[in-house]
Design a binder for this molecule. Structure first.
Ligand code: NAD
Length: 340
């Protein structure tokens, strides 16, 4: 197949390109930046800004019709980023989504996958731990996460209307937190698992680490291999409405810290500081994806976190051996915690 991956320079997009290449497809990547940690496996890589229609057209026109288009490009980051960049995120991501769908329609793309988010769910339903997992109908009545979540909800609707009005075969996943190797870990866009691994690795034994809030906020985290498997199953499946794609193994941030400390048996004291927290509790209900696709994410958090931890440790050691320990360390300590 001919395949296009937007956001191919990002965490999930880069892993997805590798997967699609391993299946033998001709893969085109589009992004405004190259992958950070290793070269892209894509056959062609368009360095384009998808907020501009003429640049989006370059990527969509390049190989004739695409059998599959994966819309992963977005301006995003952890909670520290999305809570402080709402206007920029809505502006950028709306344009990226509009241009991508319009090009997919105009250039006769086959199936189109959109990376939506669990941030579309009604925030009133995520106020305590008794809320349970979020099932797909719980996005309405709508009260999405301000900024980022509202754009994702809007683009879900856009996907539905392009399907109904133009027959474009759109598929939507509501991704819950994804983590793993080759993801952001120190630039302020990292999420809780990477931020926590980094803090534990950098702390001296017996030392102290800071976490935002009381650490009682809970989330589920899906490992990158599950996420990639789910994306390919969803685009190739028949279910046209949004589906959760996430782990249903919820943990509190304190528990996540405990798991990270266990990896190298490092005992640290936790100090709780103020910071953006997001909703109190969020978990995926996987009933519908199991029913529709006979599959759901299953890699245990302990296993994925261990792989992520040792990859981040390697990055830190690399910074240190490169002689830029002072810079690296100050970047590391200055960045926001990232979160959820
Ligand atoms: P990422 O930030 O690593 O990748 C996104 C990529 O989009 C980046 O490489 C970025 O350069 C690119 N991009 C941003 N603006 C662009 C523009 N104007 N033109 C071209 N490219 C642009 O993020 P990710 O974790 O790989 O996420 C991929 C998708 O999945 C995003 O749409 C994100 O909203 C969604 N998602 C991710 C998570 C998660 O936990 N990682 C959770 C829910 C949803």
């Amino acid at each position: 197949m001919n395949v296009l991956v937007t956001g191919a320079g990002g965490f999930i997009g880069h892993h997805l390109v590798r997967r699609l290449k391993s299946e033998g497809h001709y893969v085109v990547g589009a992004d405004r930046k190259a992958p950070e940690y290793e070269p892209s496996a894509a056959d062609r890589f368009f360095n384009v800004d998808l907020r501009f229609k003429n640049q989006a057209e370059l990527a969509f026109q390049s190989v004739g019709k695409y059998d599959e288009v994966y819309m992963l490009a977005a301006n995003m980051g952890g909670m520290g980023f999305i809570e402080t960049h709402k206007a920029e995120i809505m502006y950028d991501n709306t344009l990226i989504s509009l241009n991508s769908l319009e090009c997919a329609k105009n250039f006769g793309s086959g199936r189109v996958f959109f990376a939506g988010s669990a941030c579309v769910y009604n925030t009133d339903l995520q106020t305590d731990h008794k809320s349970g997992g979020l099932s797909e109908e719980m996005a309405y009545p709508a009260r999405a996460e301000p900024g980022y979540g509202w754009e994702k909800l809007y683009t879900e609707m856009l996907c539905q209307h392009y399907r109904e009005d133009f027959g474009l075969e759109t598929r939507v996943a509501r991704l819950h937190n994804v983590y793993g190797e080759l993801g952001a870990w120190r630039d302020g866009r990292e999420k809780a698992p990477a931020a926590i691994c980094r803090k534990v690795i950098m702390a001296d034994r017996g030392g102290e680490v800071e976490i935002w809030g009381d650490g009682g906020q809970s989330r589920s985290f899906q490992y990158i291999t599950d996420c990639i498997e789910g994306i390919t199953r969803i685009i190739r499946g028949d279910y046209p409405h949004p589906l959760n794609l996430g782990s249903d193994q919820a943990v509190t941030i304190n528990e996540l810290f405990g798991l990270a400390m266990d990896i190298e048996k490092k005992q640290l004291t936790v100090s709780h500081i103020d910071g953006p927290l997001g909703v109190r509790s969020r978990n995926s209900d996987n009933s519908l994806i199991k029913k529709e696709l006979g599959w759901a994410p299953s890699v245990p958090l302990e296993r994925g976190l261990r792989n992520t931890y040792f990859w981040i440790k390697e990055q830190i050691e690399h910074c240190r051996s490169g002689g830029d320990i002072v810079d690296a360390a100050s970047t590391l300590l200055d960045t926001t915690e990232g979160a959820l």
